[in-house]
Design a protein around this ligand. Structure first.
Ligand SMILES: Nc1ncnc2c1ncn2[C@@H]1O[C@H](COP(=O)(O)OP(=O)(O)OP(=O)(O)O)[C@@H](O)[C@H]1O
Ligand SMILES: [Mg+2]
Length: 459
């Protein structure tokens, strides 16, 4: 459906009203109002992109007071609307004042159809450009995939690939470190596919004991084992028509790998205790944080199964390799968690921003969620600090450092602080981690005045 552009003409002179209507072709929706009241009603109803506003309106047709009031109200109610003020021949002063108040252009009587059309079209073009700009910046931090916040070229590429393969049925393997968003992408793949209104069934192969995993996946018939008092559909069957998500596929036991391979080849399943194969139509998406090639080498994963599940592989890079993602995700989490926890409008301090960018995020977004949640609780006032996030404060760039001794001391101080934190301030453990004796560690913590208890300030 083509939506017409919408123009509101505010003009109290009936003759001019109809002349102005004449200036505009049929592809515009035009409304006309002759006073403030009806102009505001039309503004609300039509939501015009452009308004032409005669400043001389009743009850002050000779002046401009009513026009200025209306201008102010239009811009307050609908700040994106482009207002072109229409003034008398000699009324430059009011035109300038109107522009100062936020009108986008002015037009001086008497009416010249060509010039008026030109001015109005220019305003439409401006409105259009601004809207495109807004749409663009809305998309900048986001993607068409629900829940995924990203700014990095790496994630953009992954999202584009995902959009391309979603409508197909290719079996997809998603790899990446813990917390990188593998499950989120798997759901995205389902949501963008033609199977979106059918079930998405997920099963975590690492979380279910080996002896239960088979019946969970394939279902079982009544009486097939002690306790099987009723037949039950497995995950594969319950995903019929939709998507089956096999999470942590790298942890699937060998015996089941063979059975899964048979399913992928023949697209039928046998419930445990049954000999009647059941055909199932599912799209299979798998994920793992493990290195499958290494699992194949060590004999823990079937190579033939690997080729079946990885018709397409999406390798999700860790946060520390995604330029710009950590900050946009942290901002978005601060907003959503802040809202959830009734602490809206929190912002990061500059140090916090630097620390978020510098930190390596070994637990990726999952770790970030924990840290931002913590910060949302801990923050005093509206500012979230490095300490609230429990992040190491960023070191000054090395060219600010005086000499090699200072560089070495800074590195030592940092290593000791991190070791102590990671060992919960156990001196014996920390000294082992650092490869030094306990007395040496005590000397160094003295020298650098590093706190040796948990209640230390991270400043
Ligand atoms: N790009 C992102 N933007 C916003 N939130 C994200 C993003 N990536 C992941 N998350 C969130 O981080 C959390 C972890 O994501 P997900 O469960 O998809 O990761 P995973 O790779 O499956 O991790 P694991 O290996 O630990 O299972 C989820 O709450 C998810 O919503
Ligand atoms: Mg996961």
């Amino acid at each position: 459906m083509v939506v017409n552009k919408r123009l509101l003409i505010v003009e109290d002179d009936p003759g001019l009203q109809s002349q102005m209507r004449w200036c505009f072709s049929d592809d515009l929706d035009v409304a006309v109002a002759s006073d403030r009241e009806s102009a505001l009603t039309a503004l609300r109803r039509l939501e015009p992109e452009v308004v032409t506003l005669d400043l001389g309106l009743p009850p002050d047709p000779g002046g401009a007071s009513e026009g200025f009031h209306l201008l102010e109200e239009i811009l307050r109610l609908s700040p994106l609307t482009k207002v072109i003020v229409v003034t008398g021949r000699e009324d430059k002063e009011n035109a300038v004042r109107a522009i100062g108040m936020g009108a986008s252009d002015f037009y001086q009587k008497p009416l010249d159809a060509d010039i008026l059309a030109f001015v109005v079209n220019r305003a439409f073009r401006l409105a259009e450009l601004e809207r495109e700009n807004r749409d663009f910046s809305k998309h900048k931090n986001g993607t068409s995939i629900k829940g995924i916040v990203a700014a990095s070229p790496q994630m953009m590429t992954i999202c584009r690939t995902l959009e391309k393969i979603a409508p197909t049925d290719v079996t997809t393997l998603i790899t990446g470190e813990t917390g990188t968003g593998k499950e989120l992408l798997a759901r995205g793949l389902h949501d963008l596919s033609q199977r979106a209104d059918k079930p998405f069934a997920a099963i975590n192969c690492a979380a279910i004991p080996e002896n239960l995993l088979e019946s969970e996946l394939f279902g079982f018939e009544k009486g097939s084992f002690t306790g099987a008092t009723q037949s039950k559909k497995g995950k594969i069957e319950s995903a019929n028509g939709g998507t089956l998500f096999l999470d942590e596929i790298g942890d699937m036991p060998m015996a089941l790998q063979a059975k899964l391979l048979r399913f992928l080849q023949e697209r039928v399943i046998d419930r445990v205790g049954s000999v009647k194969p059941i055909p199932v139509d599912v799209r299979v998406v798998c994920a793992t944080h493990r290195d499958v090639r290494q699992l194949i080498e060590s004999g823990d994963f079937r190579e033939d199964l690997y080729y079946r599940i990885s018709e397409i592989t999406l390798d999700v890079p860790p946060l520390r390799e995604r330029n710009g993602d950590s900050l946009v995700i942290a901002q978005s989490l601060l907003k959503s968690l802040g809202k959830q926890m009734d602490r809206p409008n929190l912002t990061f301090t500059e140090d916090a921003v630097n620390a978020i960018t510098a930190y390596s995020w070994p637990g990726n977004v999952r770790e970030m969620i924990n840290k931002v949640k913590r910060a949302t609780i801990m923050a005093d006032g509206k500012r979230v600090t490095v300490a609230d996030l429990d992040l190491p404060a960023e070191q000054p760039p090395s060219d600010n450092q005086l000499n090699l001794r200072q560089v070495r001391e800074n590195a030592e101080r940092r290593a000791i602080t991190q070791a102590l934190r990671s060992c919960n301030f156990n001196m014996a453990q920390a000294s082992r981690l650092l490869g030094i004796t306990r007395p040496t560690l005590y000397n160094l913590t003295d020298k650098y005045r590093i706190e040796t208890s948990e209640f230390a300030d991270n400043a």
